[in-house]
Design a protein around this ligand. Structure first.
Ligand SMILES: Cc1ncc(COP(=O)(O)O)c(C=O)c1O
Length: 390
C-alpha cells in the first residue's frame, strides 16, 4: 500500500464537517463579543442575541416549510427531539408502528416505553427496494394505532422512505406520524406541509451544518395541547407562576439555550439559503454515483440498494468478503486519512434486515456539502489498494 496523508471526512451522516466558514465566525462572535443568555434580559446585547435566535427559528421554519414558527422548538440534538415527541405523545397501552430502518434514538425510547407505559410496538420490515413494506403497514394499522414513527432516510442504506403514502395510510387510520428527518434535512428538500407529517424531528448539526448541540422538533399546530413539556424550568417568562408556561415555544424550551450553537446554526442556514438544498442534493447524487460506479470496478465489494431506485441521500454502506468492516475503516483512517464509520450505526434492525448484523455491520461512507469528486477518486483508489492487499 502506498501511504498518502490527508484528511478526507466521510462521516457526515454522524455529524457534518467542515461547516461553512460563516458558522465558525458566528460561534466566535457570540463567544467573544456577546456571551449573554437568550431571552433573559433587557440589555442591548440581550436584544442582539434574541434577534439572532429569532432569526434562526425563522430561517428553520422557512427551510422546512412548517405551518407556524412558534411550533418549532429548539432541542439539543435529534435524539432529544425524538424523545420529546415519543415520551410526550405515547400514553399507557398505546400502540405504535415503526420500521426496521430506525435509529436507536427511536428504538430505545420505544423499548423504555414498553416497560414504563406498556406501549406496544409493531415493526415493519423492508421491501426489495429498501423501503418500508406498505402492505404490512396497511395490515398493521387495522389495530388502534396512536402513532407511526418512521425515518425519512435510513442512516445505513440512504434510501428515502415513501413518507407521503405512509402519512395517507396512517391518517386514514386516525394515527399521527412522527418523521425522523435526521438524514434528510439539508441533504434533500423537506417540506413539513407537503409531507403532511404531524411531528418532524431532526438535528441541526448534520445536513443543516450547524454546531453539535443543536436540534429541533416541529409539530402540527394544535398538537401542543396533547404534548406535555418534557422538562420544566426557567423560561424568562411568567416567572411568578409555579407552572410551566403553556405559551409557545417556551413550553418546550426550559433552561438556557445553546446560544453559540444557535448562532452557528443561523449562519449555516444563511449559507444553505444561498447554496440551496436542491444543489447540495444534486451534488451528493453525483458523488454517490461516482462512488458506486467506481466500486463496481473493484472485486468482491457488496453494496446495499445502490441500483438507482428509489431516491437516496448521499451515503453508501459496503462490505467486502476479504475483511471485517471495522478493519477496512481502520485501514482507511490509518493509511489514507479517510474517516468513515463502521459497525451497526446505532441501527441494529436495519443491519438485521440487510443481513449484515452478524458480520459486524458495514463500513459507511457518507458525503457532505464539502466533499469533492477528487476525494471520491482517492477513496476508491484506497479501497482498491486495501482489498488487493488481502
Ligand atoms: C436516522 C437518525 N436518527 C436520529 C439520529 C440521532 O441524531 P443525534 O445524533 O443528533 O442525536 C441519527 C444520528 O445519527 C440518525 O442517523
Amino acid at each position: 500500500m502506498t501511504e498518502q496523508r490527508q484528511r478526507i471526512y466521510l462521516d457526515n451522516a454522524a455529524t457534518s464537517f467542515p461547516k461553512p466558514p460563516s458558522v465558525y465566525d458566528a460561534v466566535n462572535e457570540y463567544q467573544t463579543e456577546l456571551g449573554g443568555a437568550v431571552g433573559r434580559g433587557a440589555t442591548q446585547v440581550g436584544a442582539r442575541i434574541q434577534s439572532r435566535v429569532d432569526r434562526c427559528r425563522n430561517r428553520l421554519a422557512k427551510l422546512l416549510d412548517v405551518a407556524s414558527q412558534q411550533h418549532l422548538f429548539f432541542t439539543f440534538n435529534g435524539t432529544d427531539s425524538l424523545n420529546l415527541a415519543l415520551h410526550g405523545i405515547l400514553n399507557a397501552g398505546d400502540h405504535v408502528v415503526t420500521t426496521c430502518w430506525e435509529h436507536n434514538s427511536v428504538l430505545r425510547p420505544l423499548h423504555a416505553l414498553a416497560t414504563s407505559r406498556n406501549v406496544e410496538t409493531t415493526f415493519l420490515g423492508g421491501d426489495e427496494l429498501g423501503q418500508i413494506d406498505l402492505e404490512q403497514l396497511k395490515a398493521t394499522l387495522a389495530k388502534k394505532t396512536k402513532l407511526v414513527c418512521t425515518t425519512h432516510a435510513s442512516n445505513v442504506t440512504g434510501i428515502i422512505q415513501p413518507v407521503k403514502q405512509v402519512v395517507e395510510l396512517a391518517h386514514a387510520a386516525g394515527a399521527y406520524v412522527l418523521l425522523d428527518a435526521a438524514q434528510t434535512v439539508g441533504h434533500f428538500p423537506v417540506s413539513m406541509r407537503e409531507l403532511n407529517v404531524d411531528f418532524l424531528a431532526c438535528p441541526g448539526h448534520k445536513g443543516l451544518l450547524g454546531p453539535l448541540g443543536t436540534g429541533l422538533l416541529a409539530i402540527r399546530p394544535g398538537l401542543e395541547v396533547e404534548l406535555p413539556s418534557h422538562r420544566q424550568g426557567g423560561t424568562g417568562t411568567t416567572s411568578e407562576s409555579e407552572s410551566q408556561p403553556e405559551s409557545l415555544p417556551e413550553k418546550y424550551e426550559s433552561g438556557n439555550h445553546n446560544a453559540p450553537g444557535l448562532f452557528g446554526l443561523e449562519a449555516a442556514l444563511g449559507w444553505l439559503e444561498t447554496e440551496t438544498v436542491e444543489k447540495i442534493h444534486l451534488q451528493g447524487q453525483k458523488l454517490t454515483k461516482q462512488f458506486v460506479e467506481g466500486l463496481r470496478a473493484l472485486p468482491s465489494i457488496e453494496t446495499y440498494f445502490t441500483d438507482g431506485e428509489p431516491d437516496r441521500v448521499s451515503l453508501v454502506s459496503l462490505n467486502t468478503d476479504k475483511l471485517e468492516p471495522q478493519v477496512l475503516c481502520s485501514l482507511l483512517d490509518e493509511h489514507f486519512g479517510i474517516e468513515t464509520r463502521s459497525g451497526l450505526h446505532c441501527a441494529p434492525r436495519a443491519h438485521a434486515e440487510i443481513g449484515t448484523q452478524a458480520r459486524g455491520g458495514t463500513t459507511r461512507f457518507s458525503f457532505g456539502a464539502f466533499n469533492t469528486p477528487e476525494q471520491i477518486d482517492v477513496t476508491l483508489e484506497a479501497i482498491g489498494q486495501i482489498v488487493a492487499s488481502f
